[in-house]
Design a protein around this ligand. Structure first.
Ligand SMILES: Nc1ncnc2c1ncn2[C@@H]1O[C@H](COP(=O)(O)OP(=O)(O)OP(=O)(O)O)[C@@H](O)[C@H]1O
Length: 273
């Protein structure tokens, strides 16, 4: 498996580096961005490998990774830090962004469009050539070391197209688009991550492709690589293939009963009724 990113014996990735099979030139581009101190935006559908890619690159570059899952209640103080009271004294506690700047780490803001626009504005002085983080509450102005990098991701699906990012935020990042991996690559990913042989992984990937073809009509977004991995893991632990697909690839994708039936038909057609 690989939630922790540990690589099985025989895999190409060096020990301690989370397993990641690139879709294209994204690893080199990430490294160039890091060396040139450019912030990076990664866009792509849910479960296509964005988080794994960042974890892989942080380990490859030997930088600590600090991840923040953004949401609409996230405040600037949640990122930068706040005064806390403990044992009757007030002390300053760094937020994750400040910690990443101090440590020269990679700060990864997942689903950045979820954060309110007034929150993302704290990123501005860090993401242009000033590369500073002013901490109003303490009066400090931190200069980001060369190793620091800000990476943000979002899923440019229908809802997020409406939310978007302010142009003044957006135009501070270089951007990489990831999609679902091409079938041959996805088969290797599902086999590795799901702990199944490549033949079974190939069938699941074929099913994933067929389910993605339905997306335009019935679903907001297609079956992700993550869900294919889940189906594989269930099969690897003894769940019948059909049942694994039902729970990982049908019921997880929609609540609409007609769509569930349509998806189940696709499963039957691909796996053979
Ligand atoms: N290129 C890849 N190499 C290795 N594993 C991958 C790859 N792409 C996807 N995976 C697998 O798919 C899972 C989901 O990927 P990940 O969590 O990175 O998605 P994500 O794009 O960050 O999703 P979200 O937008 O929902 O956070 C990973 O845990 C991993 O098992």
């Amino acid at each position: 498996m690989n939630e922790t990113g540990k690589v099985r014996a025989g895999e190409a990735a060096p020990k301690g580096i989370p397993f990641y099979l690139p879709q294209g030139n994204e690893c080199a581009l990430f490294e160039h961005a890091w060396r040139n101190r450019l912030p990076l935006l990664i866009k792509g559908p849910t479960g296509c490998g964005k988080t794994r890619f960042v974890a892989h690159m942080a380990a490859r570059l030997g930088r600590p990774l600090i991840t923040v899952a953004c949401h609409d209640d996230l405040t600037a103080a949640d990122l930068v830090g706040r005064h806390l009271i403990g044992d009757g004294v007030t002390y300053w506690a760094d937020g994750p962004l400040t910690r990443a700047v101090r440590e020269g780490g990679i700060c990864y803001l997942d689903e950045v469009v979820e954060a309110r626009k007034d929150t993302t504005v704290v990123l501005h002085p860090l993401t242009d050539d000033r590369r500073i983080l002013p901490i109003e509450r303490t009066g400090e102005v931190l200069e980001a070391p060369p190793e620091f990098m800000l990476v943000v991701s979002y899923n440019p699906g229908y809802q997020n197209l409406l939310k978007g990012l302010k142009p003044s935020t957006r135009q501070r990042f270089v951007a990489i688009r990831l999609g679902f991996p091409p079938p041959e690559l996805e088969r290797r990913i599902v086999a590795h991550e799901g702990g199944v042989d490549e033949a079974l992984a190939g069938r699941l990937v074929q099913l994933g492709q067929a389910l993605r073809n339905l997306t335009e009509h019935d679903l907001e977004e297609g079956a992700s690589t993550r869900l294919l991995v889940y189906a594989a893991r269930l099969v690897a632990s003894g769940v019948h293939l059909r049942e694994a697909c039902q729970v990982a690839l049908v019921e997880s994708l929609t609540d609409d009963e007609d769509t569930v039936s349509a998806l189940a038909e696709v499963v039957d057609a691909v796996l053979g009724a």
